[in-house]
Design a protein around this ligand. Structure first.
Ligand code: FES
Length: 449
């Protein structure tokens, strides 16, 4: 196994470039991160009825997520137990059974092998079909609409895995009584980019917004938002926060109650919805989250590869496809209570900003691709890169969980993301993975694994 102890140093914010390039490190990520962490499978709204299925990935493993007759959800490796073909080629749909296109073995929605062509004449009725069901993902659970799977039977519960991050996730997932849904097609884009780079970007990098997106912001911003300073000419620390620690999960959030809608050509429809329901949200979540957060620009990250942005309303998962390649899947996420007109407005804006041809993603994609490809150089890859902005400025907040620092511009969350990456990569099993949420716990568990 790769010794990862020298590849990340969170006391200085240093990362070795090899973590974005080396094949053996990538293979270890598949085993120790994507093989052990809870990974997003689907939103409940994507598979509401028995027989509904959705095809996705856990790391590089392709899986089929299926709603069962009793409304529970099961997930299976999407591979035939005969010779390994895909048993389902469609992205989503509803099926009573899944029949392999190679030799015709047929599997029920619960994964059991139902029928085998020529079972009597060719297998002499000696094939024990009970031993050839689809391979299940051993743990499937959900949190307020989001369904996750885990390959590791020894992993913590999903509830424990999300930990204090649930307090922040509820700002969106539990703001309204009926919850959320994903709308629109799955927008899939393949990038020549290491999967960690977009995660570290959206988990904490407010620094790039005023610079990398300066061009877009001159044409796309309908509000005068101080904390999104064009050209990085100003840091407004008083109206934004970053929350990290929390076992690698994180949030950055402006606290102005409106910047989430700054990139709508006309934000009047979402803003009026926001105002109409503000009291409802405050009554459900309390003053801090209901009043300050809802409507603000918020980036939420669930380690290792899920991100959602209330306000901009996109929901995204990154699937690794090799050290220098990843596939990014994006949907719009909305409250179920929203009118059809507002849902369409939200979807249109997601496509315009962060969809497959979104204005912002074009800026980001080019930068991420260069950050990845530069490491191919033998000399270059032996140098380090840094996330050392705001080192030592973290603090504990009386109400907000996690390790908190001020402002959208900072690198605290990126450091905690890479700290968790290192902890998972170093641990053979969950018994040696430290558990921390607050600043005190994070400090106490530093270097424990
Ligand atoms: Fe599926 Fe043979 S590979 S039936």
């Amino acid at each position: 196994k790769v010794d990862v102890s020298q590849l990340v140093d969170n006391t200085t914010g240093r990362q070795s470039r090899s973590i974005f390039h080396e094949q053996d490190i990538y293979e270890q990520e598949q085993e120790r991160i994507f093989g052990k962490c809870w990974l997003f499978l689907a939103h409940e709204s994507q598979i509401p009825d028995p027989g509904d299925y959705f095809r996705t990935f856990m790391g590089e493993d392709e899986v089929l997520v299926i709603r069962q007759k009793d409304q529970s959800v099961k997930a299976f490796l999407n591979t035939c137990t005969h010779r390994g073909n895909r048993v389902c080629k469609a992205d989503k749909g509803n099926a009573k059974q899944f029949t392999c296109s190679y030799h015709g073995w047929s599997f029920a929605a619960d994964g059991t092998l139902q029928s085998v062509p020529l079972e009597e004449d060719a297998y002499y009725n000696e094939l024990d079909k009970s031993k050839f069901g689809l391979h299940p993902v051993c743990k499937v659970d959900s949190y307020k609409g989001l369904i996750f799977g885990n390959f590791d039977p020894e992993s913590p519960t999903l509830d424990d895995y999300l930990g204090d991050m649930k307090w922040y996730l509820d700002v969106w997932l539990d703001a309204m009584p009926e919850g959320t849904e994903l709308i629109g097609s799955t927008q899939k884009v393949e990038y020549p980019v290491n999967w960690k780079l977009p995660v570290e970007n959206a988990c904490g990098d407010g620094y790039h917004i005023g610079w990398a997106h300066a061009g877009v912001m001159t044409v796309a911003t309908s509000m005068d938002i101080e904390s999104l300073s064009l050209g990085n000419t100003k840091v407004d620390s008083s109206t934004a926060m970053a929350g990290g620690g929390m076992n690698g999960h994180s949030i950055i959030s402006s606290l102005d109650g409106q910047s989430g809608y700054a990139f709508y050509p006309d934000p009047s429809l979402p803003v009026s919805y926001l105002e109409e329901n503000r009291e409802t949200v405050i009554s459900r979540l309390g003053e801090t989250r209901g009043k300050q957060f809802w409507g603000s620009q918020i980036n939420m990250t669930i380690f290792p590869n899920v991100q959602m942005l209330p306000g901009l309303n996109w929901f995204r998962v990154y699937h690794p496809k090799g050290p220098g390649k990843m596939e990014m899947w994006t949907w719009a996420m909305v409250d179920k209570e929203m009118s059809d007109e507002l849902k369409q407005t939200v979807l249109d804006n997601v496509c315009r900003t962060f969809g497959a041809a979104g204005m912002f993603d074009n800026d980001d994609g080019e930068n991420f691709a260069a950050c990845t490809s530069q490491n191919r150089g033998l000399q270059t890859r032996q140098k380090d890169v840094y996330t050392n902005m705001g080192l030592g400025k973290e603090y504990s907040h009386p109400e907000m969980p996690g390790v908190v620092s001020d402002g959208l511009v900072g690198e605290q969350n990126q450091r905690y993301f890479y700290r968790r990456w290192q902890e998972m990569m170093a641990a053979k099993d969950w018994s040696t993975v430290p558990n921390y949420n607050s600043l005190e716990e994070a400090n106490a568990t530093r270097g424990q694994n």
